[in-house]
Design a protein around this ligand. Structure first.
Ligand code: HEC
Length: 458
């Protein structure tokens, strides 16, 4: 119902703006569109926009723009118009009756342009999406079939939800074509991933040019994407194929390392991601998870503490390879992706690999065991000839205390420790002193403590 409502609202919005725009307004809007698109490439404008967004808009739209009281501002769904000039006008006017103040009365135009530019730079998903279905009758193999240039689609139209949908064709032999603008992240390289059977020929055109897949095998088609906005055509052939061949096709945009599904651009893919949310929270007691986590090296064990602070211990390097605040972990992608995808942290990083808490002297690491003792996880390991016990306590949602104890061995072989660094973390130690951002342990100590605090939260 809500979705329907939104679509009706969206179309009404288009109609109204369409009627109101006179020729002169139109050219003004077009030049504002241009200006805002340019600002969306300008690092100084984006830095300013980000700051305004995080202090003013994030309360309702979330820091990552994923929405809260206010709508999601980076996905494919735009209720009040997705043109840069429309977004700008919406921010100026606000939606008083729905709970968003008009910011035109509060900030000057340049500030608001920068914040809109920032929103545009975060945009992801499809826009102006349409489809065409061509019925095909041929004895030719699907692989060699050429779509005649004069063939007319039997069905076509816009896709109001801007999601690729493979439930549209009602015939067995067809080519379906999706065409629209794809917005990919501007700040990282990404790839398009179609989970389709290799028996179904799938082609991708970006800005008019056919792109060869980087990977093309069973259940996996992967193409490199450009950064930011690009025009795409996806053509999918289903000709003379067995009826029962799976046509549930999930299409995603992945990070460049193919570890994380950033967002879905098909109806089926979106459903897939929704089902792939299995949060594990450490509400009453500590939780331990051995699943692979995006951004952490393999063989890391993640621990969530009820104080809403979390960390990960790596059993190959015997080091602390990450700490994050907030809720623990979403293992959903890992389960649904048959363990190919990493789990995602739910909170915010304080630090992560390659930042580490680790002895600098290089020795062999032999991990013995972990156990929950008095609801506090305990890691026992050998580092060279030293046997160490590590426990950790959450002091608050932004502070973690690591307690090290030398059970046997000689501390002089591992007196220097690497500590995480950063503008937003503080490190304190007991049992040693900090010298040039390293921990130097006291000569005779058998116990030491490292306290890491993520700043900016009281
Ligand atoms: C107090 C809460 C609140 C704040 C602060 C807020 N918004 Fe909103 N915003 C909303 C709500 C609620 C809506 C949905 C209006 C509706 O229901 O039609 C919305 C809608 C929008 C839309 C329209 C989205 C669409 O789908 O068309 C844009 C764009 C937007 N906000 C941008 C911003 C920006 C940029 C800021 C900061 C300068 C901001 N908002 C601050 C609550 C807020």
């Amino acid at each position: 119902m809500i979705a329907n409502n939104r679509i009706i609202k969206r179309n009404l919005g288009k109609l109204v703006t369409g009627l109101l725009l006179t020729a002169s307004c139109l050219s003004q809007a077009a030049s504002l569109d241009d200006k805002l698109q340019k600002l969306a490439q300008d690092p100084a404008a984006l830095a300013d926009g980000k700051q305004t967004f995080e202090t003013v808009c994030a309360a309702c739209h979330a820091k990552d723009l994923s929405g809260g009281a206010g709508f999601n501002l980076k996905d494919e769904e735009w209720v009040h118009g997705d043109k840069p000039s429309q977004i700008y006008q919406n921010v100026v006017d606000g939606f008083m009756d729905k709970g968003m103040p008009g910011f035109g009365a509060i900030y000057k135009a340049p500030k608001l342009e920068n914040v809109v530019a920032y929103v545009l730079s975060k945009r992801q998903g499809l826009a102006n999406l349409s489809y065409k279905i061509y019925p095909v009758e041929t004895q030719q193999s699907q692989k060699h079939y050429q779509l005649p240039s004069d063939i007319n689609p039997s069905k076509s139209g816009p896709l109001a939800n801007n999601l690729i949908d493979f439930n549209l064709p009602e015939i067995n032999n067809y080519v379906i074509e999706f065409e629209g603008d794809l917005y990919a992240p501007t700040d990282q390289a990404t790839k398009l991933h179609a989970m389709t059977s290799f028996k179904h020929r799938t082609e991708l055109f970006i800005d008019g040019k056919m792109v060869e897949p980087e990977i093309d095998h069973w259940q996996k088609r992967i193409w490199p994407l450009k950064k930011g906005k690009q025009h795409i055509v996806m053509r999918y052939y289903r000709i003379n194929q067995a009826k029962n061949l799976n046509s549930r096709i999930n299409i995603f945009v992945l990070d460049n390392r193919m570890k994380e599904k950033l967002f879905a651009i098909s109806v089926q893919g979106k459903q897939f991601l929704k089902n792939a949310t299995i949060p594990i929270k450490a509400e009453q007691t500590a939780r331990i998870v051995r699943k692979k986590v995006v951004d952490l090296p393999t063989f890391s064990i993640s621990v969530g503490l009820p104080q809403q602070v979390n960390y990960a211990f790596n059993t190959r390097s015997c080091s602390i390879v990450g700490m994050w605040t907030g809720d623990f972990i979403n293992v959903g992608p890992n389960v649904e992706g048959r363990a190919r995808d990493g789990s995602l942290i739910l909170g915010e990083w304080a630090f992560k690999h390659p930042q580490e808490v680790a002895a600098i002297e290089e020795m062999s690491c032999h991990f013995e065991q972990y156990r929950l003792s008095k609801s506090e996880p305990e890691f026992i390991y050998h580092y060279g000839d030293n046997k160490i016990k590590l426990t950790a306590q959450g002091q608050s949602s932004h502070q973690l205390i690591l307690n090290y104890q030398l059970l046997s061995g000689d501390i002089s072989s591992m007196r220097h420790w690497q500590l995480p660094q950063g503008d937003d973390i503080d490190v304190d130690v007991a049992g040693g002193r900090i010298e040039q951002q390293q921990l130097v342990l006291e000569k005779s100590t058998r116990q030491w403590q490292i306290t890491i605090t993520k700043k900016g939260k009281e």
